[in-house]
Design a protein around this ligand. Structure first.
Ligand code: C2E
Ligand code: MG
Ligand code: MG
Length: 705
């Protein structure tokens, strides 16, 4: 019986070299019966040719070949680098030849006798088995060697050394890599003591290391500790040692075995990451992230010690302009100079951080009163305003500072920073180059703003807006020649609101667009209604904010409203303030012309407050100037105001413009204006702005004499 062969994974064929073709095919078919494939060749050269491209699992070789001997064939085979095992077949019973063949490396030999074909499979399969086992062992050894060298390489790459310390006799074993970690040549010094090791540990870290080892030895618990050592070649490096204790049969600690890993690079990478997370790359100052951490600590400390903390947010004035004109590199240099100057103003115990852009934060710790904060703020203003020289340019820069104080202005870092920020904006709104302490009023303003903004979203659809109308009067005849539509907001919580309380917000948020459209539509519709009711047609003046002029299709939307309400354009007057026009003159002129072409009249509101030059005004398609009520108010008592009013009136006449005075409250004011040929007036003297029904009454009955 042949041995089972399914456990032999033979994929390569067996090479048969036999000049007797009949005998060869007999061998092949015998092997085939056992499930073994074979390839037959009839001489040595033919076989070598085949072997050039194929690797057989086994070679069955006839010793006497027509072109060479078996021995020389094997020689040639080995020269080609083939390691295939082979079995010699010989026709003679020659034991000396058999020994010779075995010496050349034959696995076995077979005699061509009567039992040859019977024995062939057994010998072949046994050979294949042995070869297979031999190969497997080779492979295992190879992979072991590989994994060993891989481990060694890995340890080297990871810079991991291992060591053992026999606690009882003090012997210390070090791996080669550990020597290298310490910057030493392996084996030198040959004997190492733990005291010698401790002598190379950073003195600050030594107590912790000794403690960890002692604790581990007494409790038999593993240890894991990071410490710094002085490497012979690399100076101070950081290592991590992990190890455990082996106890003897008596249960007492015997041996500490541990690994030591050089983690300097990792620590460096980690600290680089930390640096990136916590510090501003340009200035190296703490960034927002670290600022919050530091501020939290400051607050906690101040709470314990009953101190104040001053939080100063600094924003450079007009930094963007410098960046744009001189370039970003100059901008960066400027920021670095500023950060250095700021650093000079604060103590080491304080925090100076950069929030990004041109915003810096100073946290003043251990502050006793606001006076101390004021001193620093003043110092900062002074030092920043010193000229800065960059790329041959002399740059003057100023800074606006907002200040919040713990605990008065907030108890946590977020609130404090937010409030300091608000104060900073206040400082910017004032003259810049100044500092502002956060105040409760600022907060109320902000809260109200938030509340208003939210409720404004719904105000239109909830019908909370309404218009009041104030008559514009010909003072000589007291006839109503027009009216101004003024917006009111019936706020559900705050009650009646006048425009000054919310128009700025509507402008900032963009709500002014739909609101303005609603005002126009409502005013036009109402004016048309009064005309339909049979009253003599008069103009309705509607205020437009500058934001509305920024819309490209303002003319189209006004045209649509006129169409929709059926009001003739000549009865609509648009009021725009002098300051709104001054903000973007080019844009306004185009739009104003379009409106004029539509037949709408234009009035300049609050005239006299915006310093428009006369020549400039000529370019505008204006119908009317409205003298601002601030001049009218003091027209009797203040000669300057009187003079201005007079000039405006004269100027209007020269330019062939109509003129109207607003805010007329007294007879004296009326008479002065009349005397100087200002005929049209608007003001409480004639009527306050009134609701629609009351205005209908005015139209019906006329003004009271
Ligand atoms: P304005 O266009 O100069 O409106 C005249 C303001 O003077 C009105 O205040 C009016 O009530 C007030 N006034 C009238 N006669 C007198 C008087 O004799 N004495 C005094 N002291 N004041 C008088 P109001 O209604 O609070 O409007 C304030 C400003 O809000 C307006 O100034 C206008 O610029 C703006 N505004 C009003 N309605 C709208 C609107 O629908 N859209 C836009 N964009 N702004 C509007
Ligand atoms: Mg107005
Ligand atoms: Mg006005």
């Amino acid at each position: 019986m042949t041995e089972p062969q399914q456990d032999i994974a033979i994929t390569a064929p067996i090479l048969i070299i036999e000049d007797d073709v009949g005998f060869a095919s007999l061998m092949a078919s015998t092997l085939d019966e056992e499930g073994l494939t074979s390839h037959c060749t009839t001489n040595g050269n033919q076989a070598l040719e085949w072997l050039a491209s194929c690797a057989p699992s086994l070679i069955i070789l006839d010793y006497t070949l027509p072109d060479m001997t078996g021995a020389s064939f094997i020689e040639r085979l080995r020269d080609m680098g083939h390691t295939s095992p082979f079995i010699m077949v010989t026709g003679r019973d020659d034991s000396s030849l058999a020994v010779q063949m075995m010496k050349t490396g034959a696995y076995d030999y077979l005699l061509k006798d009567v039992s040859f074909l019977d024995r062939l499979p057994t010998v072949v399969i046994r050979a294949l088995h042995d070869v297979e086992t031999r190969d497997r062992l080779e492979r295992a050894k190879h992979s072991l060697r590989q994994s060993e060298s891989r481990l060694a390489r890995a340890q080297k790459i990871a810079r991991m050394g291992s060591w053992e310390w026999n606690i009882r006799n003090g012997d210390v074993y070090w791996s080669d890599e550990l020597y290298r970690i310490f910057g030493l040549t392996p084996g030198n010094p040959e004997k190492i003591s733990m005291d010698w090791v401790f002598g190379r540990v950073n003195p600050t870290d030594l107590p912790a290391l000794e403690k960890a080892l002692t604790l581990s030895a007494t409790t038999c618990q593993p240890f894991n500790i990071v410490y710094r050592i002085n490497s012979h070649s690399d100076g101070e490096i950081v290592v991590n040692s992990q190890g455990e204790v082996e106890c003897g049969e008596d249960g007492l600690p015997l041996l500490i075995s541990a690994t030591t890993l050089d983690i300097t690079a990792r620590i460096k990478a980690e600290s680089e990451i930390q640096q990136l997370i916590n510090y501003d790359t340009l200035t190296g100052l703490p960034n927002r992230n670290l600022l919050h951490d530091r501020l939290k600590l400051s607050i906690a400390q101040a709470a314990r010690e009953q101190h104040l903390v001053g939080i100063l947010i600094l924003d450079l004035d007009r930094f963007k302009g410098i960046n744009d004109t001189l370039g970003h590199r100059a901008g960066d240099n400027l920021l670095m100079t500023v950060s250095k100057r700021l650093a000079a103003c604060v103590r080491d115990s304080d925090t100076l951080a950069r929030l990004g852009g041109d915003e810096f934060v100073v946290v003043l710790n251990n502050v006793l009163n606001e006076e101390a904060i004021t001193i620093v703020a003043k110092k900062i203003l002074a030092i920043i305003s010193e000229p800065i020289y960059i790329d041959g340019h002399e740059i003057y820069i100023t800074v606006s500072i907002g200040i919040a104080v713990y605990p008065m202005n907030g108890e946590d870092s977020h609130t404090l920073l937010k409030h300091a920020d608000l104060a900073m904006y206040q400082a910017k709104e004032l003259d810049r180059n100044n500092f502002q302490f956060f105040s409760r009023e600022m907060n109320i303003k902000v809260l109200e703003r938030m509340m208003l903004e939210n409720s404004m979203r719904k105000a239109l659809e909830r019908g909370e807006f309404f218009l009041v109308y104030q008559p514009q009067v010909d003072a000589r005849s007291r006839r109503i020649v027009g009216m101004e539509a003024l917006l009111r907001w019936n706020h559900p919580d705050l009650g009646l609101l006048v425009p000054d309380r919310f128009i700025y917000l509507a402008e900032e948020t963009g709500f002014i667009i739909p609101i303005g459209e609603w005002v126009l539509r409502t005013a036009c519709r109402q004016n048309k209604r009064w005309q339909d009711m049979g009253y003599e047609p008069v103009r309705v003046a509607v205020n437009l904010s500058g934001k509305q002029f920024d819309q490209n299709q303002l003319d189209e939307s006004i045209a649509a409203i006129l169409m929709e309400t059926g009001l003739d354009p000549q009865w609509l007057e648009i009021e725009i303030t002098e300051s709104a026009i001054m903000k973007s003159p080019e844009l306004s002129i185009g739009m104003l012309r379009k409106l004029k072409d539509m037949g709408i009249t234009l009035a300049i509101d609050d005239f006299g407050t915006g310093y428009s030059s006369l020549s400039y005004l000529k370019h505008f398609p204006i119908r009317r100037l409205k003298i601002d009520r601030s001049f009218v108010r003091d027209i009797i008592t203040n000669p300057d105001d009187a003079a201005i009013a007079e000039i405006i009136i004269a100027m209007a006449h020269t330019l062939k413009l109509d003129v109207i005075a607003e805010g007329v409250e007294t007879r004296a004011q009326m008479e002065f204006l009349s005397f100087h040929n200002c005929v049209e007036m608007q003001g409480y003297l004639f009527s306050r702005p009134v609701r629609t029904d009351d205005f209908t009454e005015l139209l019906k009955k006329g003004l009271k004499p």
